[in-house]
Design a protein around this ligand. Sequence first.
Ligand SMILES: CC(C)(COP(=O)(O)OP(=O)(O)OC[C@H]1O[C@@H](n2cnc3c(N)ncnc32)[C@H](O)[C@@H]1OP(=O)(O)O)[C@@H](O)C(=O)NCCC(=O)NCCS
Length: 206
Amino acid sequence: MKYQIKFVDLTNLPPAERILSARELAFYQTLKLPKRRTEWLGGRFALKQLLLPQPGADVGRVEILPHEGGKPQVYVDNALYTGAFSITHSHGWAAAAISQECRFLGIDLEKVEHRINAWAEDFFHPQERQSMDDSFLTALWTKKEAVVKLLGTGLSLNSFDVRFVGDKISFYGEALQVYRSLGEPEIKLELSSRPQGFMLCVAWAR
Ligand SMILES: CC(C)(COP(=O)(O)OP(=O)(O)OC[C@H]1O[C@@H](n2cnc3c(N)ncnc32)[C@H](O)[C@@H]1OP(=O)(O)O)[C@@H](O)C(=O)NCCC(=O)NCCS
């Protein structure tokens, strides 16, 4: 299996104290917005379930802590986890993925809905805007975010510099430098419509 993925319904989460370690809980309590808190907690609940050796094991053995680069760092039994993982959340859902086979992984979940043209113009290069259809643009968005998570940069990059034209992905500027620094791995993308009404993109590379 290339990767494992776990979805979590954010309306049905156990209390934070049952999911988080003491260090995680201390950070969680600094988060002000209820939506952000729930998403942060849900992403961790999803990833912990993938990383724990058996259901019911002590969740505190896995810690997912914020890191200055943006991508969190994961510790299993206090040792830095070096496997590929990624977290996403959107509109009441969180999801996490891990992979034993891949060196790089990025996932993104977005609700399919109408967004204003100015949004598409801000984030997508004119070459990418082959349609203004909601499904097309949501798919493009999830692909872009999955890939910038795979690169480990997030959208600190210029979003035009990770460009999708047809089936081809091209990198420019700082994105190209980062991609080269990773050894130019062949990136594969998988799009699916799950949960219903959402689009999920998984980007992975060996
Ligand atoms: C990483 C990024 C792309 C997150 O996107 P998002 O849509 O806000 O959020 P998602 O729920 O999909 O993902 C958030 C998770 O990504 C992970 N993440 C954050 N920075 C990351 C990085 N540099 N590399 C890999 N993963 C990262 C974190 O696990 C985070 O969840 P957490 O804070 O609960 O741990 C962020 O860099 C960003 O810039 N977002 C802006 C969104 C935007 O305006 N998009 C425009 C359309 S292209």
